[in-house]
Structure formats: structure tokens, C-alpha cells
Design a protein around this ligand. Structure first.
Ligand code: SAM
Ligand code: SF4
Length: 342
């Protein structure tokens, strides 16, 4: 029976999206732009990259149609990323469009937070539930040196304040570790979790063509990070906050926040992978790395059905990535994570 006026259509029983290795996929990371207002040393070259042209980008309506096709197949959670997603105009409009799709239970954003202070309220009102903020140092001059854009630090702090005021929870803070840049701040970051309900996640840097020097010579393992954190006190393993991704979490007894580690290099977690990725130009990727992708934009623009292509992308999802420390051999020609939505 068709829905009555004003009633949402009933979501059909999900035919779960399961890949060739039996992994249940219910999470889509959507990159809305390849552009960024920062130039983090481990991510984007200082001179930028050859940007996508406007007509290559998916429109918000095209993104909505892709999500609307995947929700009845079992898609439940979405993260908007980039590039820097907040540099794309009118992002709250997209958030409102996606949060209205039946079946979507969780809609989160990964951002460098430079523009979050201005947009947090509109994003919350549009239906955003959570944010992850990238913050690689607690020292203003270091943030500017890593991000290679002056005056980023106060704006990022404004963004974090706004995120807390808007009640985005859990609030996750991503820290990419680099020897000589921020490895002496592991204590400081961990100590914050004793005072604030932040979930600080240390991330091992992954090699891409643009960062080979850093990934070869400044790599810090999360095992080392955890050893340093334990110098501050005993840690207990805990269930992570909502949004079960690849991180493993710990807590100082009684602390409001947690310390997480994301170990793509030292401990491969691909067996738990639960996601697909949609690039800003409409390529559905089964893995962050490698060359496999399906051109959903071409299908959409030709008026063809999406579901067979989505199922085929699931079928070819690789068992694991083949990253090689300090080499771009396994990254499938990826210059920077900003190109696929890290
Ligand atoms: N611009 C947003 C931001 O920085 O949060 C979203 C896009 S960014 C590509 C997503 C995440 O990937 C950030 O937490 C960033 O620190 C991380 N990242 C980027 N390049 C990385 C690399 N080579 N290795 C590990 N993490 C990386
Ligand atoms: Fe931009 Fe995020 Fe890459 Fe930094 S990590 S350059 S903020 S896309």
C-alpha cells in the first residue's frame, strides 16, 4: 500500500549488504569535496592537487539518490568527509537531505573544525549527530606548522567549543602521530581525557605518494603511544563510544573520556571493515586504498539502476589493504587521503 500523505514510506526489510568475505557493510563515508583550507604535512601537498571540476562533483541531490538506494540495502550510518567538507557551500542542506532518508540512524562529520564555529548550529539543526575533529597538536604554533596555514589554532578551538555547546556526542579527536612533530604531546592529549569527555584517537600515519618521507622517517606506532600513555597511570580496555570504527579504546579509571588507537600499519583491522566509500566525483570504493571503484555518477547520469553496481562493488571488496610502510606500492596511486575521503 502506498504511504498516505505526510507519512514516511516504510523501509523494506534490509537485504543486508555483505561482501565476499562475509563482512556486513552498513557504513558509508561520503566525500563531498577534494578541496581543503589546510595543507596538513602528512596529507596534502603544499601546492594543492589538481582539483575536480564542478561538473565532476556529485550534486547534493545525486548524493541523496545514492544514499536512498543503499538505505533499503542495509545502510545505516553515514560520515561526511573530504577534503574539508565544511568548505563545500551549504553543507547543512545535504545533512538535512540525508537525515530525512528512512533507515539512516547516524549521520556524522569528520572535519578540521576551522569553519565549524560558524556552521555547528546549522549542522545540528539539520540533523547532524556527531563530529570527529582532527587536531594534531595542542600548541598553536605547531598546529599552524603542521596544517601549513596561519591562525588555524584559535579557529579550531572555536570549532571544538561549538561542537561541545551543540551537544555533538561522542566528540572524537583525531591525532596523526609524527616523530618530531607531536610525539612529545602524547601525555598531554591523553591527560585531557581525564578532564573532558573527549575520545582522543592516536592514528598511525599511512603512506601515500605525497607523504613518503614522513611515513618512512617519522612513523610512530600506536604501541609506542599506548606505552607512553601508561606512564600516566593504569589504563583499562573499554568498549568504544558510538560509531564502531577501527579504533581500540582504553580509559583511565573514572575518566570521562577515552584514549583510542587506530593502527592501520602495525595491526591490520581489515577483518572488521564495515564500510564503503563514495568519492566526491561519485566513485564507490570498496577500500580506501587500491584501484577498485565503481562509477556511480555515470550510472546516475545515464538513468541506470544503482543496486547491481553496488552489489558488484561489495563482491569485489578486497580482503585487506596491502600498504607497505614508507612506500606507495600498496596505496594504488593514491596521492593523498583527501582524494578519497580518509
Ligand atoms: N579534512 C577533514 C579532517 O582533516 O578531519 C576530513 C578529511 S581527512 C582526509 C580525514 C582524516 O584522515 C583526518 O583525521 C586526517 O588526520 C586523516 N589523515 C589524512 N591523511 C592521513 C594519513 N596519510 N595517514 C593517517 N591519517 C590521515
Ligand atoms: Fe585537509 Fe583534512 Fe587533509 Fe588536513 S587531513 S589537509 S584538514 S583533508
Amino acid at each position: 500500500m502506498p504511504p498516505r500523505e505526510g507519512e514516511l514510506p516504510v523501509v523494506p526489510d534490509p537485504a543486508p549488504m555483505v561482501d565476499g568475505f562475509g563482512r556486513r557493510i552498513e557504513y558509508l563515508r561520503i566525500s563531498v569535496t577534494d578541496k581543503c583550507n589546510l595543507r596538513c604535512v602528512y596529507c596534502m601537498p603544499l601546492e594543492g592537487l589538481p582539483w575536480l571540476k564542478r561538473d565532476q562533483l556529485l550534486s547534493y541531490e545525486e548524493i541523496r539518490r545514492i544514499v536512498a538506494a543503499m538505505a533499503p540495502m542495509g545502510l545505516r550510518r553515514i560520515r561526511i568527509t573530504g577534503g574539508e567538507p565544511l568548505v563545500r557551500r551549504d553543507l547543512p542542506d545535504l545533512v538535512a537531505m540525508l537525515s530525512a532518508i528512512p533507515g539512516i540512524e547516524d549521520l556524522a562529520l569528520t572535519t578540521n573544525a576551522v569553519l565549524l564555529g560558524d556552521q555547528a548550529e546549522a549542522l545540528r539543526d539539520a540533523g547532524l549527530t556527531r563530529v570527529n575533529v582532527s587536531l594534531d597538536s595542542l600548541r598553536p604554533e605547531r598546529v599552524d606548522a603542521i596544517a601549513r596555514r596561519p591562525d588555524s589554532f584559535p579557529r579550531i578551538m572555536d570549532g571544538l567549543d561549538a561542537a561541545e555547546r551543540m551537544g555533538f556526542q561522542p566528540l572524537k579527536v583525531n591525532v596523526v602521530l609524527m616523530r618530531g612533530h607531536n610525539d612529545d604531546e602524547i601525555h598531554d592529549f591523553a591527560a585531557i581525557t581525564r578532564d573532558r569527555p573527549w575520545h582522543v584517537r592516536f592514528i598511525e600515519v599511512m603512506p601515500t605518494t605525497a607523504n613518503l618521507d614522513i611515513s618512512a622517517n617519522q612513523f610512530v606506532s600506536c604501541r609506542e603511544a599506548l606505552d607512553r600513555v601508561r606512564e600516566l597511570g593504569q589504563l583499562e580496555p573499554v568498549e568504544g563510544p558510538a560509531g564502531n570504527g577501527p579504533a581500540t579504546y582504553y580509559r583511565f579509571p573514572g575518566a570521562p573520556g577515552t584514549v583510542g588507537v587506530i593502527t592501520p600499519m602495525s595491526h591490520n583491522f581489515c577483518d572488521r571493515c564495515n564500510r564503503l566509500r563514495l568519492t566526491a566525483d561519485g566513485q564507490l570504493r570498496p577500500c580506501l586504498f587500491g584501484e577498485l571503484q565503481t562509477d556511480l555518477r555515470a550510472l546516475l547520469r545515464a538513468g541506470k539502476p544503482l543496486e547491481p553496481a553496488i552489489r558488484e562493488t561489495l563482491r569485489i571488496k578486497p580482503e585487506r589493504h596491502d600498504l607497505v610502510p614508507g612506500s606507495d606500492a600498496g596505496s594504488g596511486g593514491l596521492v593523498a587521503l583527501s582524494q578519497t575521503g580518509g
